[in-house]
Ligand binder design. Structure first.
Ligand code: SAH
Length: 357
């Protein structure tokens, strides 16, 4: 069956595809890459990732910077450190930056981000694109940041299975699946290019859950997706839990997720996640070959990187080389891909949606 020609896609079919192994798995991954090439070409767009701060009010059971982890040395970049990173991105051909942090919702934080957005627009002559990934916020906050210049927002649903979501988050009234969903709807209605995603290979997660994650993203009509393998962090409650797939299998499963999503949503933007690179030094490139078209090199000042440890062995902590555009470009060239310098690299899905309105 050619699933891209039908509007109906069954979860059992997707789960079967996710279970493929060997040459059949390889063929699926190659098909994902071919669909991407035929729809949006072989240009990879980059977002310089600035990890503003690891201060976080949440305590997600999988995350290394959860508030409950007292082994983390907390940091908060100054405005100047952030703006220097943006200037670096602007001067080095990045078309966009992404601001990410742990989750804060206090007034000072909201005002600060607002101020930074305006300054970023100013220093880049309104040219640099801005993605935010700052967690769950109120409708008014999302709107305020949109009006100040952010135009993409990435909020992973983490898993679309609400029971599994409950198992992965503390029961403290601050981690509510419905609120996360509501936030995504708000982000979309305000007019952001809306991004979500999931972790792959989580404890208690089945192939059927992942198939439903793909359908969730399709039905929601997301413009961008960032999904990657779950990787343990030593200081979290989910560390050492039994029954999870070996890392290598999570990696291969992620490639099939990327390929399948590209086949059912050919024109979205999809990130080759850093977590892929943790498992395989060529992880990002392999994700690109399976259908991803975005890379987010880390441009956070180096001295802070080892404190934004979402999971064990997060790459890029001690060296810049792997995340320099010349390095990435040389790697991509081996696979006949190039970098879209000084371009926003907006999601085609979003652009077409606009035209249809
Ligand atoms: N506070 C923001 C950003 C969170 S960190 C927010 O809530 O959106 C960004 C992403 O890292 C998370 O959405 C999660 O999917 C991923 N992440 C966290 N811990 C992880 C782990 N142990 N393995 C893999 N990915 C992880």
């Amino acid at each position: 069956m050619n699933i891209s020609e039908s509007c109906y896609i069954s979860d059992t079919y997707l789960a079967e595809q996710l279970a493929l192994a060997g040459t059949e798995s390889q063929a699926l991954i190659e098909r994902g890459g071919a669909v991407k090439y035929n729809t949006i070409g072989k240009t990879v767009h980059v977002r310089g990732l600035i990890e503003l701060s690891n201060l976080c009010s949440k305590s997600c059971l999988y995350c290394g910077i959860r508030s409950g982890n007292s082994n983390v040395e907390r940091y908060n970049l100054s405005d100047n450190e952030i703006l220097d990173s943006v200037r670096f991105a602007y001067d080095n051909g990045y078309g966009s930056i992404a601001l990410q942090a742990g989750e804060l919702t206090d007034k000072r934080f909201i005002v600060r981000i607002d101020r930074l957005l305006r300054k970023i627009k100013q220093l880049s002559n309104n040219q640099i694109g801005i993605t935010l990934s700052l967690g769950e916020q109120s409708f008014d906050t999302y709107r305020r940041w949109f009006e100040s210049g952010a135009h993409r927002y990435l909020l992973r649903i983490e898993t679309s299975n609400r029971e599994l979501y409950k198992r992965l988050h503390p029961c403290d009234g601050f981690h509510d699946f419905d609120n996360r969903l509501k936030c995504l709807q708000n982000i979309k209605s305000i007019g952001y290019q809306t991004g979500t995603g999931v972790m792959i290979g989580l404890p208690f997660q089945s192939l059927s859950d992942l198939a439903n994650d793909l359908l969730f993203m399709k039905n929601f009509g997301v413009d961008m997706v960032g999904m990657g393998p779950f990787v343990e962090h030593d200081d979290t409650p989910l560390n050492g839990i039994s029954g999870v797939l070996p890392l290598r299998q999570r990696f291969e499963l992620t490639l099939r997720m990327i390929a399948l999503l590209r086949i059912i949503m050919p024109d979205i933007n999809m990130v080759a996640s850093t977590a892929m690179q943790t498992i395989d030094p060529m992880g990002r490139e392999k994700a690109v070959m399976a259908g991803a078209n975005i890379i987010m090199p880390n441009i956070t000042p180096k001295m802070f990187r080892n404190r934004y440890m979402l999971y064990n062995n997060k790459p890029g902590v001690n060296e810049d080389v792997q995340d320099s555009l010349s390095f990435i470009e040389a790697r991509l060239r081996q696979f006949d891909h190039s970098i879209g310098y000084e371009q926003w690299g907006d999601s085609l899905h979003f652009k077409l949606k606009r035209l249809k309105r």
